[in-house]
Design a binder for this molecule. Sequence first.
Ligand code: ADP
Length: 169
Amino acid sequence: MNRIAVYPGSFDPITKGHIDVIERAAVLFERVYVAVVRNPAKSAAFTVAERSEMIRRSIPHLKNVKVESFDGLLTNYVKKKRSCAIIRGLRAVSDFDYEFQMALTNRKMYPKAETIFLMTDARYSYLNSGLVRQIAKLGGDVRELVPPYVAKRLENSRQRRVRLRRKGL
Ligand code: ADP
C-alpha cells in the first residue's frame, strides 16, 4: 500500500496546532489528505468551502498535502484514498478517551489503516478551534494562534456581526 495518510477533522477554523500536525505528517507520508468532515448534524461557524479555503491558503508550502471534504464513514473515505493511516493530533490526556475509542472503532471497520497520533508543539497544546472563535468574537488578537488569512476571516466575521448588531438585526 502507498504511504498515504488522511487527517480528518472539523477544522472550524484551522489553527496553528492543526498546521503543526499537518507539517509533521507531510514529512512522514508521501501524500496527506486533510479531510474536512461534512456533518450537517453538527453546526459549524464556517461552511465546508470556507474551512477548506482557509486550510489551502495556510499550507501553500506543503506540496504533498491536498485538502478535500468527505461525508459518511471516515473508513470508507480512507479506503477510497488507498490510505494506510489516519492521523489525529493529541494535545492533552483529555483527548485520549475519545481518540482511543475512535481509533479502535475505525480499526474494526477497516483494519488495513492504522491511526497514528502526532503530538503538537507544546506551544499549541492548549489550542482548539472553539477557543480561537471565542477570542476572535470578543475582539481579542488571535494572530499568534491561527495563520494570517484565518485571522483576517475571523476579524471580518466579527465586523459583520458588529454591523448587523448596530442595524438591530
Ligand atoms: P474533530 O471535530 O474531529 O475533533 P478538530 O478540527 O477539532 O476536529 O480536530 C482534528 C484533529 O486535530 C483532532 O485529532 C484533534 O485532536 C487535533 N487537534 C486539534 N487542535 C489541535 C492542536 N492544537 N494540537 C494538536 N492537535 C490538535
